[in-house]
Write a protein that binds this ligand. Structure first.
Ligand SMILES: NC(=O)c1ccc[n+]([C@@H]2O[C@H](COP(=O)([O-])OP(=O)(O)OC[C@H]3O[C@@H](n4cnc5c(N)ncnc54)[C@H](OP(=O)(O)O)[C@@H]3O)[C@@H](O)[C@H]2O)c1
Length: 217
């Protein structure tokens, strides 16, 4: 059975876009924020299936949880959710470890290394949560049912729980992406930097309307 209650941790553009996508696909959605009152307009637009709360409340509410906070605050946000509230739950991790420094020639800087991803840090903080990296390598405007003339973009995902990845794959099919499983949590070391690559045409040429596609023979 697909989860029908989603807790979205994050009040930024990604949190709101994904929350709207889940509403559109029939889910009940609670957005968790340190200042939920700033989302009163979103709640009003969303109707009776939209609600607001703290990070801990949204984490408890969701059968499925989405983490969509600033990368530098992701570990703090997991602590605010409470690792116990995330235990056994699928957690879609859309975060990227972008450092507080400007891009270099259009190339973002990360605060992680290629030997340890942000999602591995999060998984250690909440060992019983089932993190799945997803939505980190495409712009928010292309996260929910993007129009590429009938072609489905590839969404690279990874995580240690096969069951959680299969739930996320169902969400991706609804949201118009082709899921591509890259393995366990360590594969986030390769998926997170795709964000750097994705952003380069944006920073250099103001092009933000592309998505990745894996071709197979
Ligand atoms: N923008 C995109 O198109 C895009 C695409 C793919 C992935 N991503 C990734 O998705 C994540 C969200 O991006 P975004 O552009 O929506 O917004 P953002 O500005 O990166 O993040 C906003 C969120 O971060 C939370 N936050 C900031 N500082 C915090 C702190 N000290 N403690 C706890 N929470 C804190 C805010 O929480 P409050 O609600 O409590 O204020 C808010 O929910 C990022 O990791 C980003 O790299 C972004």
């Amino acid at each position: 059975m697909m989860a029908k209650r989603v807790g979205v941790i994050g009040s930024g553009v990604v949190g709101r876009v994904l929350a709207d996508g889940f509403l559109r696909h029939g889910y009940e959605v609670m957005i968790g924020s340190r200042e939920p009152e700033k989302l009163a307009d979103w709640k009003q637009r969303g109707g009776e299936r939209a609600s607001l709360g703290s990070a801990a409340e949204a984490a408890s509410f969701g059968d499925l949880v989405v983490l969509a906070v600033k990368g530098t605050a992701a570990e703090r946000a997991v602590e605010l959710c409470g690792p116990a509230a995330l235990a056994g739950k699928t957690v879609i991790d859309a975060t990227n470890p972008i450092a507080e420094a400007p891009p270099d020639h259009g190339v973002l800087r990360f605060f992680t290394t290629l030997d340890e991803s942000l999602m591995e840090r999060l998984q250690r903080l909440a060992p019983e949560a089932r993190f799945v990296k997803c939505f980190s390598s495409v712009g928010n405007a292309l996260m929910v049912n993007p129009d590429f003339g009938g072609q489905l973009p590839t969404m690279f995902i990874c995580g240690d729980s096969a069951e959680a990845k299969s739930k996320v794959a169902e969400v991706l099919q609804q949201f118009g992406h082709e899921p591509c499983d890259m393995g366990g949590v360590q594969a986030a070391r390769a998926i997170e930097p795709l964000c750097i690559l994705w952003c380069i045409p944006g920073f250099l040429r103001n092009e933000w309307t592309h998505a990745f596609k894996l071709l197979r023979q």
